[in-house]
Design a protein around this ligand. Structure first.
Ligand code: KE4
Length: 427
């Protein structure tokens, strides 16, 4: 494969855009080579400006669970776009998407739409602090909840990939009330509650971690957090920006049967347009302006095009057998990688939940930030490039998730396994 046009485009982008990208992980700093510039996509495939085609296992970091340019999503947007793009007024599409979210997500009785996952978690934290009157937040090392200051402490995802334990520009004061403990460690959470329990507004976590690579919750971990937060009068917040509508219609909270007080959503809920959402118990959500004193607002929140893409996407996901198909594709992708790794005698530890997974370049187990960090990131970087050159598009970081969509076929997944065998065999 040649990438001359992408390489030139990246040079030009760097003249105008900070780092040449609008999100750091896209810059390929953690893998070999420079980013490919995508011009179009359809189904499970993306095409770059040099004409190379790839089977896409990133799906725009999660939103494209029904595949790119799904006809029902395209039709919805084509119908809406001619009527205007933004009114800054209530529209019935917001109510329709809200109804579906309330119907599908066990914890959500009322929802508020925003423009990103960052806004969703940021506001959920504000609401938790307001409704409990407490300042402290417990989060988990390696969990990434977007880039709002108080949550950008020991973050995963981009920050972990760039190796920045927390970002410059975040003041001591801002993170003074953010307590970070190891993921999957109930004793560590119990110690914090024993020390400052009456100051803890909420525990926030990714119920299935996706930002240090995929790490499932240990057995009893989620229920333990549910019990502890109830015991100490703190709220439990699930950041389901990745897992929402991904592992089950009701996300991880349905999959594991543990219901939080508040849930943050993003990615899938917008069908590829900019949408975040947060919701939960009505008594909490009614504390939000205009019915309550907790302020939050957004010019483009509830944008009709984004709501339409979300409605069309959730409609597709509500068809029978959706999650069995995603599970089957995920399982085959996992097996293909395991077979390739053992064939090449290269240690890869795979964590998977449904259609989200990560192959860690190490023996494992991988249960938290510390164990994830032991992965051989140089080897991952070389593997990523060899897969890219075979037409397989993977996340340009060891510490991200691989996704399959309803548009992937068994043949796509088999092709990825064969490409992995060749890539690993040549490392
Ligand atoms: P956004 O602000 O990027 O829409 O959402 C932030 C966020 C919140 N919570 C979780 C669990 C998330 O995974 C994210 C964003 N995910 C990253 C990648 N895992 C987005 C990709 C990027 O930063 O470019």
């Amino acid at each position: 494969m040649h990438h001359e046009r992408s390489e030139a485009a990246f040079g030009k982008a760097q003249e105008y855009l900070a780092g040449g990208v609008n999100s750091p992980v896209r810059a390929f700093n953690a893998v070999e080579g420079t980013p490919v510039f995508i011009s179009e996509a359809s189904g499970a495939r993306i095409k770059d400006i040099d004409g190379n085609e790839y089977i896409d296992f990133v799906g725009s970091w999660g939103p494209m669970i029904v595949g790119h340019a799904h006809p029902e999503v395209v039709n919805m947007l084509q119908t809406l776009i001619g009527r205007g793009t933004s009114f800054g007024t209530p529209t019935e599409l917001e109510t329709e998407l809200g109804r579906r979210v309330v119907e599908m997500v066990p914890s959500i009785e009322r929802v508020r739409f925003v423009n990103s996952g960052t806004e969703a978690t940021m506001t959920a934290i504000r609401l938790a602090r307001a409704t409990t009157g407490r300042p402290k937040i417990i989060k988990f090392a390696g969990n990434y909840h977007g880039h709002s200051d108080s949550l950008l402490a020991n973050a995963g995802s981009g920050v972990m990939t760039l190796g920045i334990p927390s970002s410059p520009g975040v003041t001591e004061g801002t993170v003074a009330d953010t307590i970070t403990v190891p993921y999957n460690s109930l004793p560590a959470v119990r110690d914090v509650f024993n020390e400052v329990g009456d100051q803890v507004a909420a525990v926030i976590l990714e119920p299935i971690a996706g930002n240090m690579g995929v790490i499932p919750p240990a057995i009893g971990f989620l229920q333990g957090l549910r019990d502890m937060t109830k015991e100490h009068g703190a709220l439990l917040i699930f950041d389901e920006v990745i897992s929402g509508f991904r592992v089950a219609p009701g996300g991880a909270q349905e999959y594991y049967g543990v219901t939080p007080d508040l849930t943050a959503l993003g990615k899938v809920v917008g069908g590829g347009l900019p949408v975040g959402a947060f919701g939960g118990r009505a008594d909490l959500m009614d504390q939000l302006a205009p019915t309550g004193p907790v302020y939050q607002a957004g010019t483009l929140a509830g944008n009709p095009l984004a709501m339409g893409a979300g409605v069309a996407t959730l409609e597709i996901l509500s068809k029978p057998d959706t999650y069995n198909k995603l599970e089957s594709l995920g399982a085959k992708l996992e097996q293909g990688l395991r077979d390739a790794a053992s064939g090449a005698s290269i240690p890869i530890h795979v964590n998977r939940v449904g259609s989200m997974m990560t192959g860690f370049f190490q023996d494992g187990p991988v249960t938290n930030f510390e164990s994830a960090a032991k992965s051989n990131t140089d080897r991952y970087g070389a593997y990523h490039r060899k897969m890219l050159d075979q037409g397989i598009y993977l996340a340009p970081s060891q510490f991200e998730a691989t996704f399959v969509s309803l548009a992937h076929t068994d043949a796509d997944v088999a092709a990825a396994g064969e490409a992995a065998a060749r890539a690993l065999g040549s490392l």
